[in-house]
Structures are given as structure tokens and as C-alpha cells.
Ligand binder design. Sequence first.
Ligand code: ADP
Ligand code: TRP
Length: 334
Amino acid sequence: MPRPAMNVLSGIQPTGRFHWGNYFGAIRQYIELQGHEQSFYFIADLHALTTIRDPDLLARNSADAALDLLALGLDPDRATLFRQSDVPQVTELTWILLTITQMHLLEKCVSYKDKKERGIAADAGLFTYPVLMAADILIYDSDVVPVGADQIQHLEVTRDIAQRFNSIYGDTFVLPQPHVLDTSARVPGTDGEKMSKSYNNTIPIFDSPRRLKKLINRIRTDSTPVEAPKDPDQCAVFDLFRLFADPEQQDALAARYRAGGMGYGEAKGMLYDAAMNYFGEAFERRAELERRPDDVEDVLQAGAARAREKAAEVVERARQACGLARRPDRVVSV
Ligand code: ADP
Ligand code: TRP
């Protein structure tokens, strides 16, 4: 069935190896949404600059992010994948938007307050982060932006900025809608809390079998003895197993929990097998892509060229609207 005409866009920060929480909470859903006339996905390296100060690490994370996304099924024939920093028009639009962004909009952003509380330096970049995000979105005339619940406030800021620009200078930007990702699958980490890089409890999607086994063995369980019945609904191992298993497999393991006679070690072994089976093809694709770094770079460059073409058109519209106009016959092309 052909998809309705709409522009879908999302970005993900390359702040570390993607983990199971990122996959089930975000990446899998991005991939399901690809295939629209304009499906743009980018690696938000300019945003990551607000927290990563090690240049080698940022470069490595960005390269890993591209490999991970392609291996997991992002298809360059159905979606445009690029690095945010390869579209310099985005920083130009950020400045234009900053000039009409009211301070109070940014002051109320919880993500800024949270990061400050966690000890991240309160630089101007961190404070104005939502304006860069607004530019990311508005510059591609995005209609729909798939994001996790934590980013909805930033989408509201984007809409406020677009509306203010439109009311000062006339209709220029498309107002985007959030497509809130289903995060009912709040993926638990090895300590049972929400899996997150900030809590050091993640299981990366792509790691060596040895390390994955080790991390899975580290998942915290209670001290119910092997022979005693166990409650699957109170167990992070079972919660994780459910992500990878079909309903029959889930019922079968739940029944074994309830019957007793099965230790958590065995359940962890089943989780490992289920995860390896689930990501098996992606592991193979990633190994194959690692052997062809030039092809991955080609994908990113081709994506960036497509993104720049659209970005140049929208920035020109914004420039004309606010009086940074060039004579139309002298507009430089990219
Ligand atoms: P982290 O918490 O590890 O820093 P990010 O904040 O970069 O992860 O998250 C990127 C995306 O992955 C977001 O859309 C977020 O909602 C999703 N995500 C992250 N962790 C989880 C989790 N444990 N369960 C569900 N979704 C998650
Ligand atoms: N701020 C988003 C996050 O941390 C990443 C992001 C940057 C983004 N620019 C965007 C997401 C534009 C959607 C649209 O998850």
C-alpha cells in the first residue's frame, strides 16, 4: 500500500553504543516508518558536541551509529541517512531562529535542567540545544517527527518558534507534529532500572558474544532458590526475554518460572539465545558493512546531498522572509 505523502524526520545522538533500550524504544520504530516520499534520519553529532569533548570518541560514535542503523534495517533506498554536521544550512537557520526565540521557552526545558543537575556544564550550546533541534526539523519541512516522550517538550518549543517566525514574517515554516513512540516497552537494564547510558546498566545491541553473555549474566535477580516457583512479572530477565520472543515462547518460559525447578541462570541462557537469534541477521549485515567503510561513507554523503538540497530551499525561503534577501537571479546553489 503506498504511504501517504508526508515528510518524516528524526535524529538520534551518537552519544555511545546503541543498546536494547534504544532499539525497542526508538530505532525499531524509526525503521518501521521509513519509505515515505521524504523519510530523513540523521545522526545528531552537533547535538552530541554538547556532551562529548573527546574528538576521537565523537568520530567513532558517529561511525558506529551509521553502521548500527544500516545493519538494523535502515534502508538507503527507502530513507535518507546523513550526519547532521554535513548540512551546514542547519547552523545558519539556528541563528535566524535564535533571534526570535524567547528566553523563557528555553528556561523551562526540563532536559536542560536535568542535564545541569547531572553535572553537565551549562554552556550556551546546551541551553540553546532545542533551537538547533527546531532548525533540524523546520529545515526539511517535516510534518511528522517520531520521538520518545522525553523529546515532546522540544517539539512544542519547535512549534512555538515556527509559529512566532510565521507570525512576524509571514507563513514560512510547516508546523510539525510529534509521533510519540510507544515506550510502553520501557526496557530494563542489568540493574532492573530503566536501561540508559547514564546509569551504566546497558546491554549494547552489537558486542562480542562473550561480553553479551557476561552482561546478561550480570542482570540482577532475586535470591529465590532454583526449586522454588518464581514470578515472571517481577523479573528483568523475563521482561527482556519478552522483547525477543513470540507469545508462545513467552508463555512457555512463564510457565517454567511458575512451576519452579528452573534457576535464573537457565533463563539467562534462554535470553542470550533469543537475543542472538533476533539480531542474528543484523550482526551479519554489520560485519559485512564494517568491511566496506567507503560504501557506508558513500551512503552518508549521498544522504547529505539530498538533505542539503531541501535545506537550501527552506533556508532561502527563511532568508527572503526576514530580509536577508539576495536578488533572486543571484541565489547561489549548493
Ligand atoms: P540513553 O538514556 O541511553 O542516553 P537516549 O536518551 O539517547 O538514551 O535515547 C535515545 C532514544 O532511545 C530515545 O527516544 C529514548 O526514548 C529511547 N530509549 C532509551 N532508553 C530506553 C529504554 N530503556 N526503554 C525504552 N526506550 C528507551
Ligand atoms: N534531541 C534528540 C534526542 O536526544 C535528538 C534530536 C536532535 C532530534 N535533533 C532532532 C530528534 C530532530 C528529532 C528531530 O533524542
